[in-house]
Design a protein around this ligand. Sequence first.
Ligand code: ADP
Length: 652
Amino acid sequence: MSKSTMKFKTEVSQLLELVTHSLYSNKEIFIRELVSNASDALDKIRLEGLKDKKLLEGNDDLKIKIDFNKDAGTITITDTGIGMTKEELIDNIGTIAKSGTKEFFNKLKEMKESEDKQAELIGQFGVGFYSAFIVSEKIVINTRKAGKGNEPVRWESDGKEKFTIDTSDRTERGTEITLYLNKEDVDFASEWKIKDIVKKYSDYITYPIQMTIEREEKPKDKDGKEIEGAEAVTTYKDETINSQKAIWQKAKKDVKKEEYNEFYRHISHDYDEPLERIHLNVEGILSYKALLYLPKKAPYDLFMREAKIGVSLYVRNVFIMDDNKHLLPEYMRFVKGVVDSADLPLNVSREILQEDKTLDKIQKNLVKKILETLKKMKEKDTEKYIEFYTEFGKVLKEGIYTDFENKDKLTDLILFESTKTEEGKVTSFAEYVERMPENQTEIYYITGESRKSLENSPHLEKFKQKDYEVLFFTDPIDEFIVNGLTEYKEKKLKSVGKGEVDLSDEKEKEENKKKKESDKKKYGSLLDSIKDALKDDIKEVRISSRLTSSAVCLVSDENDISPHMEKIFKSMNQEIPRSKRILELNPNHPILEVMQSIYDNDKKDTKLGEYSELLYDQAVLAEGAPLKDPVKFAHRMADLMVFEGKTKVTKK
Ligand code: ADP
């Protein structure tokens, strides 16, 4: 390998500049980031080593070493981890590898946020290695990847535009990173400073973090007593400076809030504190420890395909695997944390886990605990729960149709706006049911894009008149929920835009029935002629029981797919056959009388067809949907205005 100079990708240079400026007030985190990377690299070699013992040959001592040199102003962090090849080094350090980070970073640049805010946002993504440039004018990496024949590589950069790649003389497996500290940052090259920072941020790292401690000591005699008059000599001793005590193994009372939060930052790359934590120590037939966190903010990739399960599996303090689909169901992918089981073998593989019943039981237990925590939060600290729900409610809803066993519990956790809540305020099914008037038997909802677009829907008229509450289902996922959730506490869920709606009491029903029959007789042939005029768009025309002021509305059959759902499918590029809808007419609206008299006068009057189409267009508009032919509609409206205006003028 000959020495070559390469340029950082533009975004890396920009990120470096931003990082060095915006994280200025919190410089010391570079140690946490580098130690965290070293710990990950050790996890990797340990796992690979289980599969292929040869990889660990020559050095099975898995550890991190921190050295410093005050005079030279350097700090060196070395690990016996997996190491990197030349390609990996270029890929990992020279580019922003994670696609989401890149997108996020580009957005951040445009945002012009304050530096504090930027630091916080950047922290969410874990700037990792780059944070070392906050304190360094130059960084040198020497690394050799595990495995025979892998050539050691040397990387060097001042963190501005370029880096060089060269052959290294490193013989051991692993990575050594040397920071040449800025003049104003040489204070970091101190035993106490480093010890302090490691204690603060990295104490729980499960591998030993060692330091060579230098002391001036007087020689001792055979009893251990200092020899008087003898000259002091310099001694060097390797000391482990972290307790290595996995935080989840400790008793709750022995863990400080700060430690919990630091650990959360380590596993989540989130700069913020968690919203809630759950620390479990389960003993019995099943025994495991778990430390789970609910974040405050949803990560950018929560709904992307690559979203991972945020809980890792450990066996007796040793990291086994992350993104484990057996530990938590997918709809709980937002939970971060670790689960440590003493009942599994260390060399457990994904395949074995699939068969293993232990994990199934642990999963059940964890889900139960998480749901209990949320329930409690909802009852005791509603504000906090709403903060959580605003970020993660959508994911939780997925559980309603994927986790049959917990459907009821989840249903109690979801919230909606309704015709009886103020804008932006939410209510639950339980509260809805409590408010139901005695004679109301079903739970009503309306689906659509937003509360605004639904609030004045003709479908709500009768409900408003009756003072019945209607829930706004405005999340695309809500349409899917109702497929799995047909009732709540034995009360059927009913869409106000589907099927027949009759909110009358028994006595009224009788009268309505009679009135409907007479209307049918009276308007029957007219309705047939309207249906004929609109046969391409609708399958039926009928007299409505749900309208009080509007002339018309469109409804679907009970089992038809709703137009909102059709739209959702379309947005996912899935074509589904369009289902024709039903046009309902308000029997108390004068338009019906008008049309009837035109019909009586001349069944073939072209106005009938035109009015039918106008009625249909009105119904479409009232739903906030686009018209098929808006120009035609506009012309017709203009003609009508002229006609009406003229009639009025002649009358005078
Ligand atoms: P992150 O740790 O968030 O992935 P970093 O910029 O800190 O981001 O590191 C980028 C990548 O470089 C890591 O994902 C890892 O693949 C590699 N890396 C960093 N430090 C080490 C190390 N000490 N040993 C092996 N690989 C490392």
